[in-house]
Every structure is written in C-alpha cells, then in structure tokens.
Design a binder for this molecule. Structure first.
Ligand code: PEP
Ligand code: CO
Length: 455
C-alpha cells in the first residue's frame, strides 16, 4: 500500500478521525508534560505503518468466513506484553504455542483457523483504580509499558510519553520476527505436528493421544497423496491489541491512498475493552472511523440493546467480518446470559462473529494474594459458549485467550495440577494470569474434541 502523508489527505477525512476528541475517553493516563506527548505523536505520525491496508482487508475477509461458520478464530497472547519480554525466545514460544493450538483446532473444526496474536501492540491496560497502595504508599497504577513502568517507585510509575515511541519500535521488531517465523519455515505443519506429538507423549497428557494419532493419520494421508505446497510451510498470522491508548492509536491511523479510507496501522485487528465500550465514548467513536476489523468485549451485563447499538455505531452497513463480539461472561453466568444475547442479535438480522474470552470473567484472588484463574472454570465457560450457540442456532466462531509459551505458574489446575502453593514457583505476569504452554495445548485439545462432536 502506498501511504499518503497527511498533508495530502482531504481535510474532511482527517477531521473525521479527530471527532473522538470531543468525547470522554476513559482509562487514559495523566501525562505530566503535554509538549512531550505532542512530540511523541509527531514522531509516531512520521513512522511507517506496522501493518498494511491489504492485510487488514484480507483479515476482514477471513473473519467474514468465520462469521458465516466457515472458519474458526484463534486469538491469544499475553494480557500485557512488556518491552523486556519482547525477546526472540519468548516471541518464538508464543507463536509456537499458537501454531500448535491451531493445528489441533483445524483438525477438530475441519475448517481453516485464523491465527491472531494478542501481540506487537498489547501494551496498554485499563485499570479498575487509578492508584495502587502498598504498605501505606500510594502511586499511580501500572497502565502497561506504553504508559509507565511496573516497578513500584514514583519514577517508574510516572506516565512517560517517550514510551509511546518505544512501544512502536518494540511492536515493529516483534512483528518482524512473527513475519519471519510464520513465512520462513518455522510454521511447517509437519514440524508443528511433531511438537504436538512430543506433548501428548508425556504421560500427563496421553488422554489426548488418540486425537493426535488421528491428526497423524490425516497428515500421512495428505503426504501419500503428494500434497506438498506453501500451505504446509507458511501460514497467515495477524496481530491485534486493545486500542486503548488514543494518543498512540491516532498518530498511527493513516489514510490508504487507494481508497481514501482510514486504517489503524498499529495492528490488523483492534478491539475495544469492556470498560471503554460506552456507546457515547471516545473509543467507539474513533474505531468507527477505521476500516480494520473491530473486536468488542461484552461482559455479563451487556444487553441485546447494547450489542445492537454498538453494531449501529461501528458497523452500520453490517459488513461481514467487521465486528467480532468477544463475550467474557464468566463460567457461572454464561449459560444464563449468552443464549438471550445471541438470540436477540440474531433476531435483529445481524451476523457478527461470536468469540469467547473464557478468561476475563473467571478471575479470583487466592488467600496468598495471587490473581489467578482455574483451568476448570475456563473450560466450563468454553463448554457454556458451545452450548449457548447450539441453543441459539448460531456459530461459535472462535476463542480469545491469555496465554504464554513459557512454563509459568499463573493459572490453577490443568493436568499438571498447579495448586495455590505452586503459583509462587513462576508467576511472571504483570497483569492477568495466563495459561502456560501445556495448559494452552490442553485447552486446544479439549476445544477440538468439542468442535469434532459438534459437526
Ligand atoms: C483484556 O483483554 O486484557 C481485558 C482487559 O479485557 P476486558 O476488557 O474484557 O476486561
Ligand atoms: Co487481561
């Protein structure tokens, strides 16, 4: 895509992009120095786009297929990426985990799986409180590496606009490595399958061996038929994040010279969180002006009316693939709340993509102070998601999970049975607890079984 620089763009398109400024923007930091914010934004607006309009349009097409029931979305990654965590090893292991999950899900669903990382931009977090108090000391809450530091000191917790530019560069290097891994041979289906066989050969996981053996037979069959093309060695991989920090997103919005339309170039898919999806708020207004596929988180209090108003604001044309509703009800509530929401939206004639986030409605805090989630609650919400869609006759189009490729101990349970004491062994998340590598694969095998029986 050739990108016009802003001075050549018709001013009406540009002023439309700024309409959000008149509205309330929740969850924004209090920058100490307005000049430094302007300087960072000027620098960001001069940087090349991270993603291109053609890729964004292709992802919208892929998501449209999922909304029609012909593909399945796998979206996952850290709750909050960190600048220090953007190392080659950690990025590789997260990509590897997603690729391993995708193979299993592809087999289970007998459908293409659209792979979208919560990666290369997931650096800003909404917080329930502006401040955090420890031992009588109160400091600003950590809002993600794009805003301030995690260390609990006044210097680190001060919002620093230079982080906006650093976040862009860390995203660029992360995305570069993702592109290299997924196009350069690392994603070879046979290799990914071999990793999965290694996983199920561990005695803790041999309940998944029969599914792995079926996949093995399918791959041998394909090989025997002589299938050997780029589809085996390369894969499409997209990136996404919550478009929370408008001082970062706005300078990275660009006008595509082919169409004159605006794209967010910070990531292929952008989503609006549960706390910032107010219909009259700045986030919905800003995202309504971009062509990207947009995700919207919907929690247990979301009504059919909320969903329809969000569709009217963000997708008045009801364009296939434009809107993904990411429901995060909680295992306790999903069977009560989701079926009516699905039916209400269906009856209004809309056909968004429905995806489950089985993480954010299932947070608990242990007596020892760890924020965690039980693997069984996550699985229970997933099953509730499939049940609700069966009930409403709609398509359960994907999963959105917080995960890492590392062997962390942040979520309870799974076949290795991480218990409350075990959480202390390797708890590294700076925000919400993530499924570790094995828990992520287990989840994929269980969802694949669910998808297989649904067909
Ligand atoms: C998240 O996805 O990390 C998040 C904050 O989710 P939600 O907006 O659904 O609470
Ligand atoms: Co989270």
């Amino acid at each position: 895509m050739s990108q016009r620089t802003e001075p050549n763009v018709p001013t009406d398109v540009l002023s439309e992009l700024d309409s959000y400024r008149a509205l309330e923007a929740k969850q924004q930091p209090k920058w100490p120095d307005a000049d430094a914010v302007r300087a960072a934004q000027t620098e960001l607006s001069a940087q090349p786009p991270l993603v291109f309009a053609g890729e964004v349009d292709r992802l919208r097409d892929r998501l449209a297929a999922a909304a029609r029931g012909e593909a399945f979305l796998l979206q996952g990654g850290d709750c909050a990426e960190t600048f220090d965590g953007a190392t080659a090893d950690k990025i590789r292991d997260r990509v590897k985990t997603l690729l391993q999950m995708a193979v299993v899900l592809t087999y289970g669903a007998s459908m293409p799986v659209i792979k979208v990382g919560r990666m290369a931009g997931q650096f800003a977090k909404p917080r329930s409180s502006d401040n955090e108090t420890r031992d009588g000391v109160t400091l600003p809450a950590y809002r993600g590496d794009l805003v301030n530091g995690y260390d609990f000191t006044p210097e680190s917790r001060a919002a620093d606009p230079a982080r906006l530019v650093r976040g862009y560069h860390v995203s660029a290097s992360t995305l570069n490595l993702i592109r290299a891994f997924t196009q350069g041979g690392f994603a070879d289906l046979r290799q990914v399958h071999a990793w999965n066989q290694g996983f199920v050969s561990n005695s803790a996981y041999n309940r998944y061996e029969s599914l792995a053996a079926e996949i093995d037979r399918a791959l041998r069959f394909m090989a025997a038929c002589g299938v050997d093309d780029a589809a085996l060695t390369q894969t499409e991989f997209y990136v996404s994040h919550e478009a929370l920090l408008l001082d970062y997103e706005r300078p990275l919005a660009r006008i595509d010279s082919r169409t004159g339309q605006a794209y967010g170039t910070s990531g292929h898919m952008l989503w609006v969180g549960e706390r910032t999806r107010d219909i009259d708020g700045a986030h919905v207004e800003f995202l309504s002006k971009l062509r990207n596929p947009i995700g919207v988180k919907l929690g247990p209090t979301a009504t059919t009316d909320d969903a329809l108003r969000l569709l009217d604001a963000l997708d008045p044309e009801r364009e296939p693939g434009r809107i993904t509703f990411i429901t995060r009800m909680g295992a306790e509530k999903i069977r009560d709340t989701l079926p009516a929401l699905l039916a209400g939206v269906r009856d209004a004639g809309a056909r968004p993509l429905w995806v489950t986030d089985p993480m954010h409605g299932n947070g608990i805090t242990t007596s020892t102070g760890y924020k965690t989630r039980r693997f069984e609650d996550v699985m229970n919400e997933l099953r509730g998601f499939f049940e609700a869609h069966r009930e409403a006759g709609t398509f359960p189009g994907g999963i959105h999970v917080e995960l890492t490729g590392d062997d962390v101990t942040e979520c309870l349970g799974g076949s290795e049975n991480i218990d409350e004491l075990g959480l202390a062994t390797r708890y590294e998340s700076v925000c919400d607890p993530r499924l570790n590598h094995s828990q992520s694969l287990e989840l994929a095998y269980q969802v694949a079984e669910e998808l297989k029986t649904a067909r």
